[in-house]
Design a protein around this ligand. Structure first.
Ligand code: G3P
Ligand code: MG
Length: 256
């Protein structure tokens, strides 16, 4: 059985707040969400920060690669004003800040490891190490009472489109569970999950069929979808056996 929340705020607060910032996490919480997805990549000096795009321009002004800047430089950058003047001054936040906020507010995390090209292994390893450090007590309790492959909701769930990043996370923190992200479900999906000892498949609901959903569930895996933005579509895929999904519309879809 899926031990995690069913509805998850995408990139912190969906489209209501600047993605992957503390403002987004606060916004999700304000809307009653106690479950969040966000994207993590590394700064030049190896500090995990919340960021979706590998290059500047969309949410943070500028040009060039995010991974060419240090954490000190990145955390001084405005990641809010692109969405509205009311968010001006909202900074890029570190993964450590997001972890602390979520722990303080009892928010479950789906941590999407989003490595810059060429940094897959390093990103997976560092994100996993920091997470394990923060959740050392929960990991210990989980190991003592482990029930099959499923983790308890006291632990976050890693996900990534990068097999290499997830593999590195698995090596660094084997007891923190993993979900493999794939836009479309390919023929080798089950082999990929087995290789990663993953608990779930995360996929784009737009390309998912009821037959595929059934196959994933019958194989004993969790099935998580992104990014579902209408209550009708949410009801439809949940009816196919999908366990959980993330949404940009935390104002339309109530957290449960
Ligand atoms: O983790 C689900 C979803 O966030 C994956 O796509 O591009 O929004 O990170 P993206
Ligand atoms: Mg994501």
């Amino acid at each position: 059985m899926w031990p995690y929340p069913k509805v998850v705020a995408h990139r912190g607060g969906g489209t209501l707040a600047p993605e992957n910032t503390l403002a987004a996490l606060r916004c999700g919480l304000k809307h009653g969400y106690r479950a969040v997805e966000f994207d993590v990549m590394l700064s030049r000096d190896g500090v995990p920060i919340l960021m979706h795009d590998a290059v500047f321009g969309r949410t943070v002004r500028g040009v060039g690669k995010v991974s060419d800047f240090t954490a000190e430089e990145l955390t001084a950058m405005d990641a809010g004003s692109w969405l509205g003047e009311q968010f001006a001054g909202e900074r890029i936040c570190t993964y450590r800040q997001a972890l602390d906020f979520c722990r303080q507010n009892d928010i479950w995390m789906n941590v999407e490891i989003k490595p810059a090209e060429g940094f897959e292994v390093e990103t997976g390893r560092i994100v996993a190490q920091l997470t394990e450090e923060c959740f050392a007590h929960e990991v210990e309790e989980h190991v003592a009472s482990a029930d099959g492959a499923w983790a308890d909701p006291a632990l976050p769930l890693f996900s990534s489109f990068s097999f290499e990043a997830l593999r590195a996370a698995q090596v660094a923190a084997p007891d923190i569970p993993r979900g493999f992200l794939t836009d479309t479900i390919e023929n080798d999906w089950q082999q990929r999950l087995q290789e990663l000892d993953a608990v779930a498949l995360h996929t784009n609901h737009k390309y998912l069929s009821p037959i595929q959903a059934q196959a994933v569930k019958q194989a004993g895996y969790g099935l998580f979808c992104y990014t579902v933005n209408t209550p009708n579509r949410a009801a439809e895929i949940l009816g196919w056996g999908v366990d959980g999904f993330c949404t940009d519309r935390i104002d339309l879809i109530s957290a449960e």
